[in-house]
Design a protein around this ligand. Sequence first.
Ligand code: CDP
Length: 790
Amino acid sequence: MATEPKTSFEVGGMGHSVKRKEDPRFIRGQGNYVDDIQLPGMLHMDIVRSPYAHAKILKIDSSKALKVPGVLAVITGETLAQYKLHWMPTLMSDTQMVLPTDRVMYQAQEVAAVIATDRYTAADGVAAVEVEYEPLPVVTDPFEAMKPGAPVLRTDKEGKKDNHIWHWEAGDRAKTDAASKASDVVVREKIYIPRIHVASIETCGCVADFHPGTGKLTVYMTTQAPHAIRTVFALVAGHVGLSEEKIRIVSPDIGGGFGGKVPVYPGYVIAVAASVVIGKPVKWVEDRMENLQADSFARDYHMEAELAATKDGTMTALKIKTVADHGYADAAANPSKYPAGLFSICTGSYDIPDAFCEVDGVYTNKPPGGVAYRCSFRVTEAAHAIERMVDILAQELKMDPAELRMKNFIPPEKFPYHSALGWEYDSGNYPAALKMAMEMIDYAGLRGEQAEKRKKGELMGIGISSFTEIVGAGPSKHFDILGIKMFDSCELRIHPTGKAMARFGTKSQGQGHETTYAQIIAEELGIPAAHVEVDEGDTDTAPYGLGTYASRSTPTAGAAGAMAARKVRDKARKIAAYLLEVAEEDLVWEPGKFSVKGAPQKSKTIQDIAFAAYTNHPPGMEAGLEAVNYYDPPNLTFPFGSYICVVDIDRGTGEVKIRRFVAIDDCGNIINPMIVDGQIHGGLSMGMAPALMEEITYDENGNNQAGSFMDYLVPTSMETPNWETGKTITPSPHHPFGAKGVGESATVGAPPAIANAVVDALSHLGVKHIDIPITPEKVWNILKAKGVAE
Ligand code: CDP
């Protein structure tokens, strides 16, 4: 299904697969990333990190490091404490050390920083810093952390007597328990989604440039949310004279963010402090191992789910209890009212009358975080839980999982749908997406093939995931980060020659905003997308916005772009009426021009009008043609999809091979079909990764077992199958051009489709559930236990 574009391909409005405007510079190696930035006199920083997961710091001896030629300074917690900069708030209103004064709380924690004339000298300086530690008991298991008598980790918090961070719940516990009790069938399962890492191609870093003459601080940094970071810097460092108008954050090109570039990392703050004190630019760029070992992780959710139904498979109640391991600090960067993110979307695509979910956050000796890795704040966890539980229920009822889904989908006529956990789903047509996926993959044929293969002892599985996402945070009445409301913005200027400059409060990290935002303006004004320059990421020029994560750019800033363009069009209409000497009501708009009703030969193009706005505007009207919109969405958008995965399992090695994967997505009206497909392809690969390969584990001493790409397995093109994609289109009724976000759908939808396929391949052997990542070793052990390993 595709909507017919309203504009010509040359104009390139919505629905055209316009080639990405940013790609010529990227594919020629002409991008401008943080590490490309070179400033006169720039110094370099490297960080001393803790080998221990929990230890007292007895002594930091910098004397040898300071003797390394080229080393200029060693910064410790004591140095920062002089300026009260050794602690900082996390974006979840928790607190986190910038540099420690007495204790380290996780392996690879920043202990000190060395400033030198070049990167290699800084590393030599790091090697020469001598730190004496006294190891303390380590707690890596959140269940152990919650036991009475467990060492209390956050002794910095006065009166804290345990490792519990918060409790959060949604829904009606008593009603759900009663409904569950009254049901014919109840299935229960413990589902763990392990700690993983976004592992973006570009690691984190910054160049902090404080100019002693002007008092202005410019920080080029890998951040997905430059405006929010500017405000946080002003709030944290206001007392040392850094006031907000003197701070400029620039996010240049970013090589992948996926939620990992939302938090503020200690390295940024130390580099800023060093630049302010020394008066020279300071560059800090992590290496790969620092990135994997110390930056915010994702997931680490221990869930216990219970799904109830009648005998005929009508779902009646859902209950999920979760323990969220946040490591040493809650640095999740969720909206403040939602400590467990949007986990309460866990009723998914199903019309479940009663539901209850609860989450408890817990401290352990691991790096802090809980970031929304390519999902809208814990939606991946929620979708995995419900989609696995639906398959477990199907298995229990001996029902086909597609049939069970069809039976329980929220019917299209029930939208807007109010879920038992409090959300108002804007629009959806779940049966259509699943039907399309089943037809595309020949579901009935596959089930026949599977039965034949089983007779021969071959292991083949078919897995479905019919997920619902919740993106576009968010309506300001509910959504804020550290109190800053989650609107987004666009400032649009039309130049005299009819070309445009559009600035946004978001920041692309590879999603193609320079192209799709230009297409939105092209759609609304008829100015060719090629002539709309898009600018994001510089707080001195872009309007204030909350940034890009959680697939929020299209639902919020994209909407702001359309609204600003409509304001421009309103003014353009007045100018056209003046030029054509008719009343405004006598004009009709088609993309790119106003013409007189009944006399289409009398018209003015948007280019004519733009020129007039600066040369011949109506008396009494302000000159110029520009508008600003701060868009506060009335609701979130609820994209969805149905994925079907076919796997074959090797009985000799336990290896899972994805033979086919069909992904039907619905993100409402599409701006650029090619870009959306690119988002889906990337998202599917990033969904396959934790399903089959990725996991960060720790030993009992808190040593990271997957701190480099030797152990942390990311998929290459060799493991990635050919993704087959398709679309249904169910516009969002409240979004200005009917779009929903899409960037994260595939990462949310893919893991349960793959896990369901593997379990399906083994279900006749009595296998009910396997936690991801489903590694060959895990599968082979099951095959061995069931006596079918070859
Ligand atoms: O916030 P983020 O950019 O990561 O996510 P998004 O809003 O889902 O957009 C990802 C990319 O897909 C952007 O370039 C969007 O403009 C594009 N997109 C689209 O072309 N049509 C949609 N309905 C949704 C997104």
